[in-house]
Structure formats: structure tokens, C-alpha cells
Design a protein around this ligand. Structure first.
Ligand SMILES: Cc1cc2nc3c(=O)[nH]c(=O)nc-3n(C[C@H](O)[C@H](O)[C@H](O)COP(=O)(O)OP(=O)(O)OC[C@H]3O[C@@H](n4cnc5c(N)ncnc54)[C@H](O)[C@@H]3O)c2cc1C
Length: 476
């Protein structure tokens, strides 16, 4: 077995680079290579792991997993070089060398970061990218109901491997183990935000069974079909009153109804995954949300893996093997923001939202219900505190051409976000850590005080809840 009994998972802390200890090598690249070679016990195949801007593969590797095209345009800062380790120990060595040489380090696993922070540093320069794309092993242990996953493996690679080994399993919360760094750090990494605490090399995942048959449906309702009222009802039932085996998200977009006049409507697309067969699903819908009027012909029974592909938007009949390519399918220039909602948004406010969506070429709003298992975990159990909410909203604006007016899109989404403020969580306004939004605040270069950082936490909560400190008396 590849994983030893001691510790397969390693966690290497890297502290912020201190300029006082930084040397100024004549050539950062050669000094780094030299440093890697001298610290590494395993030989490093540099020709296939080290990519400098003058290498023909540099741009291809840099852009390979970058999801937001806004962050690959020529004007964005580029790394001094990219290192793609082939062994865990090389990651540790890269951290040591970047510290020794005074080069800021960015780590990338899947490259899905909404603001490109895994491959672009706009404040700390020079910087390098350590890309874990080659560290993507998945080891499933069916007997133990668990799997060890290397950080560079994508969710789809893991999902496919899981289905190959165990037809009826899905994964549940993430576990990782530490040799030296203790429980607090383990607590912090589960929702505390990527790259805040160190480089994670392996995750241990607990597996949970799923039924052999799951059911999916997509039902569209436009304004003319009563979409506003229906969405108001959805907010009341989706998180709290439907069966825990049922997940229904809603994708909301303006669509043209008359090409001649250009008249638009709002289409709300109810997309569901149910852990069970169609018969029980229809009973659940009839009892909990009859207003949606889901019928047998709206539903498809399938395997869990295919249901994941369905939700991800792959065309019907796409072979699951396509997931193993690990290549991003949908790339665009985009800006996103998020909110959590505790009380249903009134119909009048939804109407204001529609008005704003009509102003943009291709906006998208997604409602994702919480409740169920999410609400059974206490808010303080892990740093992911969003437990007592009805649902999460994601706002997106995307465009396909580099020369489009980026500012226009970004201003639009910021205005939309302001408009939604009265209807979402407040004090702090919560946001989803995985939908990174740099508008909420960034660290200044090595110069952010605790007071500034905690003020940010009180205004916006993107992961760990703000620490409540006892009031201190003024020293003056
Ligand atoms: C098309 C698309 C669909 C998405 N769908 C969903 C969804 O359905 N649900 C959801 O929750 N999120 C979703 N996301 C958001 C996604 O979960 C987050 O962006 C997540 O951080 C991506 O992980 P990554 O490894 O791909 O990110 P990366 O871009 O590689 O990294 C993200 C952050 O983590 C740091 N980091 C990367 N690797 C490590 C490591 N090994 N150790 C420590 N820090 C590290 C990076 O430096 C960066 O700060 C989606 C994103 C995209 C682009």
C-alpha cells in the first residue's frame, strides 16, 4: 500500500516571508533550483517540473487550471516560475527555499479560486507558484469507509475513482491528521480558508453510502408562470420542510422570450438531486412543495455519479471517463459574490432583483438550500459557521471576451450586492469562503494590524466567526 502506517498526511507550515532574512540571489531561478537540489532527498526532474517564463510550456502550465480568465490576461503579474512537485517532500523543500530566497509562494491545487489567488499575487512580489497538479493520488479503503486523497486531485478525479472502487459510496466531511501540529490547526483548516495555515498534502475523507438509484429533475418556471411566487414558497420549504434526501437548487437568469422585440423574462430553473427512486421523490414533492408541480416525465433515475455529471451540466450520455481528464470545461471572465439568507426574501424584493438582472448581458444567481445535515452541526464545531441559514446565494456575472468592459460588470455586481443587503445576513454580513470575493477585504503587504483585520471580521464573515474579545479599557 502506498500509504505508510506512520503518517501519510503531512502538513507543513510556512510563515510569511520576512524581508530581513531574504538574500538577493543574482538569479532567483538558479538559486531556487540549487536550493531545491541541496535540500531534497529525492531527485527532482527539473526539465518536467520547473517552468520559467522563457520556457515554451510556461503559459500553458500557468493557464492549465486557471478558471477565471480575468486573472490570466497579460496585464496580471506573472510568477517568477512554476514548480510542479512530484513528491510530498519537494513541497516542503519548496517552502524552505522560497523562505530562504525571500520569494513569496503561492500554492495551487485545482486552480478554481474565484480571484485567482492561487496563481496571481498582486501585492506580494516577486512570487512563485507551487502547483500540486502532479500530486493527485486517490487511495480508497472500502473496508474502512475512508479514502486518502492527495491535494492536487480534483473532486471529479476522486469521484470517479470512488465509483470505480465502490459503486455506492459518496464522500462526507473532510478529515485530515497531523503529526505535529495538533487539534487547533486541524480545526482551523476545515473551513478556515485555503493557504491561511499551511500547505495541505493529503486529505482523509470519510465515505458514506448512497443508494443504487438516485433521481434528478430540472423544472423551469418563468415570470409568466408565476416564478416570483414560486420562489418565495421555495425559500420557505427548501431548507426546512423537504426530505433530507432531496436537494433542490435554483438557477435564475434573464432569458429572451421574443427575439424580434428582444423582450426578456426571468427563468428560474429548479434543479434537483434526490437520493432515492422517482416514486418516493414524487411523494415528497407532492407533500412538501406541490406548487412546483413536478411530474414523472420531469424526472430521470440514474446512478449517483451520473447525477453529479447532470448537476455539473455535462450533456446527457457523456461518459464518466471524461471527468478523469481533469480539464476545466467551463472557463470565462467572471466576478462573483455571495450571501446567506435567514428569512425568506419578500416577493417585492425579488421583483427588484429581476429588474437588476435585466440590466446585464449574462448574469446568473443561484440559490442553494441549507438545512438537513448542514444544520445539525453546531456553528462552532468547525470554522464553517453557516448552520442556521435557509440558503446561500451566489451572484455571478460572466463574459467571454478579454476586451469587454470589466469595470462595467464589476460595478454592476457591486450595486446588486448593495441592493440585496437588507434581505440577507447582517452584522456580520456572511459570505461563502469558497466563492472568494476580494471586495470584502485584503491584507496589506505585511502590514495589516489585528484591529484592522478584526474590523473586517465584524463587517463580513467569510469563514471563521469573528472572535469576541472582552471590552478593554483604553490605555489613555
Ligand atoms: C467552475 C467552478 C465551480 C465551482 N463549484 C463549486 C461548488 O459547487 N461548491 C463549492 O463549494 N465551491 C465551488 N467552487 C469554488 C471552489 O470550491 C473554490 O474555489 C476552491 O477553493 C477551489 O479549490 P482549488 O484547489 O481548485 O483552488 P486553488 O485555486 O488551487 O486554491 C484556492 C486557495 O487555496 C489555496 N490552496 C490551494 N491548494 C492548497 C493546499 N494544498 N494547501 C493549502 N492551501 C491551498 C490557494 O493558494 C488559494 O488561496 C467552484 C469554482 C469554480 C471555478
Amino acid at each position: 500500500m502506498m500509504l505508510s502506517n506512520s503518517w501519510i498526511f503531512s502538513f507543513f507550515l510556512f510563515s510569511l516571508l520576512s524581508s530581513s532574512c531574504a538574500q538577493r540571489p543574482s538569479s532567483k531561478q538558479s538559486s531556487f533550483v540549487q536550493c531545491l537540489s541541496s535540500h531534497s532527498n529525492v531527485s527532482i526532474p527539473f526539465s518536467t517540473t520547473f517552468f520559467a517564463p522563457n520556457s515554451s510550456a510556461f503559459t500553458t502550465i500557468l493557464n492549465s487550471t486557471a478558471q477565471n480568465l480575468r486573472y490570466v490576461v497579460p496585464s496580471m503579474p506573472k510568477p517568477e516560475f512554476i514548480f510542479t512537485p512530484t513528491h510530498d517532500s519537494q513541497v516542503q523543500t519548496a517552502v524552505i527555499c522560497s523562505k530562504q530566497l525571500g520569494i513569496h509562494l503561492r500554492v495551487r491545487s485545482g486552480g478554481h479560486d474565484y480571484e485567482g489567488v492561487s496563481y496571481v499575487s498582486q501585492i506580494e512580489t516577486p512570487f512563485i507558484v507551487v502547483d500540486l497538479a502532479k500530486l493527485r493520488s486517490v487511495n480508497v479503503d472500502i473496508q474502512a469507509n475512508s479514502a486518502w486523497i492527495q491535494a492536487g486531485a480534483t473532486v471529479v478525479k476522486f469521484t470517479t475513482e470512488l465509483q470505480r472502487k465502490a459503486k455506492l459510496m459518496a464522500s462526507q466531511p473532510v478529515f485530515a491528521q497531523f503529526r505535529h501540529h495538533g487539534k487547533d490547526l486541524f480545526w482551523a483548516i476545515r473551513g478556515g480558508g485555503g493557504a491561511s495555515f499551511g500547505i495541505i498534502l493529503w486529505w482523509k475523507i470519510k465515505l458514506v453510502p448512497v443508494p443504487s438509484t438516485v433521481t434528478v429533475f430540472t423544472v423551469a418556471r418563468t415570470l409568466e408562470q408565476g416564478a416570483t411566487k414560486l420562489l418565495h414558497r421555495y425559500q420557505q420549504v427548501a431548507a426546512t420542510e423537504l426530505d433530507e434526501d432531496l436537494f433542490i437548487r435554483v438557477l435564475i437568469q434573464p432569458t429572451v422570450i421574443d427575439t424580434k422585440s428582444g423582450n426578456k423574462t426571468i427563468t428560474t430553473l429548479y434543479q434537483a438531486q434526490f437520493l432515492g427512486g422517482v416514486k418516493r421523490l414524487l411523494q415528497v414533492m407532492q407533500t412538501g412543495f406541490p406548487e412546483l408541480n413536478v411530474t414523472r416525465k420531469d424526472c430521470t433515475q440514474t446512478s449517483w455519479l451520473k447525477s453529479v455529471m447532470y448537476i455539473a451540466g455535462y450533456a446527457n450520455g457523456t461518459r464518466p471517463e471524461v471527468l478523469l481528464q481533469g480539464k476545466p470545461t467551463f472557463k470565462s471572465y467572471f466576478k462573483a459574490k455571495s450571501d446567506f439568507v435567514k428569512d425568506p426574501i419578500p416577493e417585492s424584493a425579488l421583483e427588484g432583483l429581476w429588474k437588476r438582472l435585466f440590466e446585464q448581458a449574462s448574469p446568473l444567481v443561484i440559490f442553494n438550500p441549507y438545512g438537513g445535515m448542514m444544520s445539525k452541526i453546531s456553528e462552532s464545531e468547525i470554522p464553517f459557521p453557516h448552520r442556521k441559514v435557509l440558503f446561500k446565494i451566489q451572484y455571478l456575472t460572466a463574459w467571454q471576451a478579454a476586451n469587454e468592459n470589466t469595470e462595467k460588470h464589476i460595478n454592476w455586481i457591486r450595486k446588486l450586492y448593495n441592493y440585496m443587503a437588507p434581505y440577507v445576513t447582517k452584522s456580520p454580513r456572511q459570505a461563502y469562503v469558497n466563492y472568494r470575493d476580494l471586495d470584502l477585504g485584503i491584507n496589506k503587504k505585511r502590514n495589516t494590524s489585528f484591529t484592522e483585520a478584526s474590523a473586517w471580521g465584524n463587517r463580513h464573515e467569510q469563514s471563521i466567526p469573528p472572535l469576541l474579545l472582552p471590552a478593554r479599557r483604553s490605555r489613555n
